[in-house]
Structure formats: C-alpha cells, structure tokens
Design a protein around this ligand. Structure first.
Ligand code: GLY
Length: 345
C-alpha cells in the first residue's frame, strides 16, 4: 500500500497522520502499533455505520464497544457527548484504552471532545470519512459541540495521537457532500499553495488530500491554539459563518457557506489593494466543483450576523485576505470600515 505520512508535533506530543488508499482495512494493525489498549470504543453515526463500521470492528481481536450517533449537525450537542460518556463507562473504558472517531466532521468533533474530557483524556484515533474531515477537521485537534447560541462554542484543543485517512472512503459520498469538502480544498489553494487549484480538475485525490493536510499540519504546528497564523484557515469563514447563521444552519451547508464567503473575501481583498482581481478564477473554480458563489442576503444583514461571530475581537474583525493565490494575510479591519467595504463589494 502506498502510504504518505505526516507528523504534527503538538504541545502534548506527536500526532501521526497517515494517508493511503485501503487504510481502513489495516486500521486495527496501525492502531495497535501506536496504542496499547485493552479495549476499543468506536463512535460513528447512522450514515457511516452501515458502510464501514463492521469492517473496522472485525479487524480487532480486542473487545470493541460502539456508539452510533444520529447523523447531522443538529445533533452536535453536549447531550451527545454525555451519551458517549455513559457508553464508555458501561464498556469499562479506562485511560489507556482507545477511542476511535469514524465519520465526518461532526462525529470527529463530538468524539474528540468526549475523548478529551472522559477521565480527563483518553487516547484518540480519527478515521475521517468525508473530504471535509480528511482535509481539515480531523487534523489539528479542534474538538467541540454547538450551543443553541452558536456553533462550536464549547470545546477543547485535543490532538488525536493517530489520524488514518483513507481516500477510498470518499467513493460513497454524495456529490453535495464531496463538493462541501472541495470548498476547503480550494481554501487551501488560495491561502497557501496555488498548485492545489491546478490539481482540482483531474488531480489524484490522494495527492490533493496530502497537500491540504500538509498545509494544515504546518499551520497548526506553528499556532496550535489559534492565536495568530491558524486564523488563515478561516479564509471565507467569517462571512461564511454569518451566512450559515442567517440560514439557521440549514439553508446552506458549511462548504457552500465557505464558498460564498471566499468570493466575498476575495472581493474585499481586491478592494483593499490586490494587484490583480482573483475573483474570476476563484468563482470559476468553485462553480466547476458545484459550489455557489453569490451571497443570498443583504450586506446589512450579513454585517450584523458577522459582528456576533466569536472571531470578532472588540471593534476589530481579523479578516483573512488573499491578494495573490497561495498567500493569505490576516488584516484587522475596524467594524465601521468593514461595514463600509461590505456595502461596496
Ligand atoms: N478548521 C479551522 C482550524 O482547524 O483551525
């Protein structure tokens, strides 16, 4: 099996990230080369369980217990985490046993938070099954759940000791869920490596995932706790989150919101002195991947939704601008000025 390996050296130790087709079939072997558990607990959801759960479970000769969460962002709540704690206790999971998250971003975030907090932390392996989770959320240790007041408002930084990324698992994704992940892929191309944008039409998905994860690894290694550089991963997310919120998190998927957010952020980058207007090529790339490009809400509405986002610090919003493909700048913009700019783009 052709395997690509990356190591993320975090503040609490190393995180091994393996990328290769067919990895799911050797996942247990890979886990047991890193962990020494007496038992394993797999958390997955109702979409992924029928596809991959038995395959993974059958690889282990150790006792395996399971939590199957209902699929969907609306279930990313503290109640889901509490349910996992009860299942872990019932299974007799101790601090040396292994928790595996098998699923997309929601499963990964919930399971990561449960693993970070159960008995003050148990070993964690992420096996992401969506493109979005493979290129972004399974790597870097952000875990957490939503509150009625907003997304990801409760959580912890907790690095998985092992991340197993099998691009073959992407074959069962619907076109819409795949496109969602492509929004994050395009984001990486914009902020750090323009070659990714060329790889999108016709490139090998393994290579694409590897290039994206390499960027994420480098960024997280430099700024694990999101105090500076890591903010560049939010390109398109500031306006994107505002749009998601205005749609009550159901009208737009995360990837669609990021797509329209990136176009708006690119227009803003242009208004703030990009040497070349990159909105056209970005829009073409997003459309090719089946993603939307136009904002569906008025600028005034977007501005107010944006100001309530948690990334606003005081009266200044840290905005991510791309003035050249492959390079991002974190630019603090006064709320008043942002308001004015939003009306102009
Ligand atoms: N998905 C953004 C981050 O991990 O920081």
């Amino acid at each position: 099996m052709e395997l690509k390996e990356l190591v993320l050296n975090g503040s609490a130790g190393r995180s091994d990230i393996l990328i290769g087709r067919g990895l799911l079939d050797v996942a247990a072997e890979r886990c047991l080369s890193v962990f020494a558990p007496s038992r394993v607990h797999i958390v997955t959801d109702s979409n992924v369980a029928p596809l991959y759960l038995q395959r993974l479970k059958n690889e282990f000769t150790l006792p395996v217990s399971i939590t199957v969460l209902p699929a969907g962002e609306e279930h990313k709540r503290l109640s889901a985490v509490e349910g996992i704690y009860h299942d872990l206790l019932e299974a007799g999971m101790t601090r040396k046993d292994l928790v595996i998250a098998l699923g997309g971003g929601v499963v990964g975030d919930i399971t990561g938070f449960a693993a970070a907090t159960y008995l003050r932390g148990v070993p964690l392996c992420q096996i992401p099954t969506t493109l979005l989770a493979q290129v972004d959320s399974s790597v870097g240790g952000k875990t957490g759940v939503d509150l009625p007041e907003g997304k990801n408002l409760v959580g912890a930084f907790y690095q998985p000791r092992l991340v197993l990324i099998d691009p073959d698992l992407l074959s069962t994704l619907s076109a819409g869920i795949y496109a969602d992940g492509m929004a994050e892929v395009i984001k990486y191309g914009c902020i750090a490596n323009r070659k990714i944008l060329d790889m999108i039409s016709g490139g090998d998905v393994c290579e694409i995932v590897y290039e994206c994860v390499k960027i994420k690894r480098d960024v997280v290694q430099e700024d694990e706790h999101d105090m500076g550089l890591r903010m560049i991963l939010n390109f398109g997310h500031t306006i994107g989150h505002a749009c998601e919120k205005l749609e009550n998190y159901v009208g737009l998927t995360h990837g669609q919101a990021v797509a329209v957010g990136m176009v708006a952020a690119m227009r803003l980058s242009n208004a703030l002195g990009a040497p070349e207007d990159l909105t056209g090529p970005l829009t073409a790339c997003l459309k090719e991947c089946g993603l939307p490009v136009e904002l569906r809400h008025g600028r005034e509405e977007i501005y107010h939704a944006l100001l309530s986002d948690k990334k606003k610090f005081g009266s200044v919003v840290n905005f991510i601008l791309v003035r050249d493909f492959g390079r991002a700048d974190i630019v603090p913009i006064e709320a008043e000025r942002l308001h004015q700019l939003l009306m102009e783009i």
